[in-house]
Design a protein around this ligand. Structure first.
Ligand SMILES: Nc1ncnc2c1ncn2[C@@H]1O[C@H](COP(=O)(O)OP(=O)(O)O)[C@@H](O)[C@H]1O
Ligand SMILES: [Mg+2]
Length: 214
């Protein structure tokens, strides 16, 4: 399994605990949907898994590695190479074209771009964006932008995808299309997906649904 959360508790003010002794393991090829009322701690939990928030207590193992025990200098490259992020508002860079957005994590890791360009082209084909490699981000529809975000999340061959309300800005058809693609990809590439949603259409594609407000 690629995500193991053991006894995660979190408080932002050392008084009110948003998460209490939360345990979860996610296998490769699984899609776990986190649901719960607004303010119940869904984004906090996802950010803890992604190493953006450090929990008050508990352990996070990604591919067996405890991220909070990594040396500071290794944390960023570990996160970049293991985790792909997908956001509600796509978070693409508007002044870079599609190809350069997809290659952004490669640039951040200071890896040689050439060897990843072919992979980027393959991803564009897989995501039905073949003709858009040189397009401006702002010329794309929402559904297309979210598919570019999938390609960017996959470029470094991660074992985990984290997505906070990834379909929150998409219409119904694009939501279905996005989830079908994500499901195919997670199975084909043995990726663990943890996503936050409040859309019942999205939970239909999950292998497990966890309500954290309960
Ligand atoms: N950085 C922060 N500092 C202090 N409180 C926060 C911070 N982020 C979130 N919270 C609080 O923690 C609770 C859970 O927030 P969040 O994880 O964003 O919930 P959800 O994503 O389920 O809506 C909320 O009460 C929110 O106000
Ligand atoms: Mg949230």
């Amino acid at each position: 399994m690629s995500i193991e959360l053991k006894g995660i508790s979190h408080s932002y003010d050392a008084k009110n605990y948003i998460l209490k002794d939360f345990n979860l393991t996610i296998d490769k090829g699984e899609i776990v949907a986190i649901i719960g009322s607004s303010g119940s701690g869904k984004s906090t939990l996802l950010n803890i898994v992604g190493g953006i928030n450090v929990p008050s207590s508990g352990e996070i193992l990604l591919d067996g590695v405890n991220i909070n025990n990594l040396k500071a200098k290794d944390v960023e490259s570990f996160k970049l190479s293991k985790i792909g992020y997908i956001f509600q508002n796509y978070n693409l860079i508007p002044f870079l074209n599609v190809m350069d957005n997809i290659l952004l994590p490669v640039n951040l890791l200071k890896k040689k771009l050439d060897s990843y360009k072919e992979e980027a082209i393959n991803l564009l084909k897989e995501l039905n964006l073949e003709s858009k490699a040189n397009a401006n981000i702002l010329e794309l529809s929402g559904g297309e932008q979210q598919r570019v975000a999938i390609a960017r999340a996959l470029i470094l061959n991660p074992s985990i995808i984290l997505a906070d309300e990834p379909t929150g800005s998409l219409d119904r058809d694009n939501t279905t299309n996005f989830m079908k693609l994500l499901k195919e990809i997670s199975i084909k590439r043995s990726i663990s997906v943890m996503l936050v949603t409040h859309d019942l259409k999205v939970t239909e594609y999950a292998t497990r649904v966890i309500d954290i407000s309960k």
